[in-house]
Design a protein around this ligand. Sequence first.
Ligand SMILES: [Cu+2]
Length: 67
Amino acid sequence: MQQLTTAITGMSCGHCVMHVRKELEKVPGAKVDSVTIGSATVSYDEAQTTAAAILQAVRNAGYEPVA
Ligand SMILES: [Cu+2]
């Protein structure tokens, strides 16, 4: 398992946290460790997904990951 922590811009409340968490949970092979206002930490199986796919999921939720 790999772990990725990213800062995220554009999040401002608990709903943002919920949206980000929901999108991250859709990524196959990803386990959401924590999501806060402004950051997310995800563990993932390299055989099933990539860091890029996880960052894309954050964008899909409507927020911008800051590497
Ligand atoms: Cu919000």
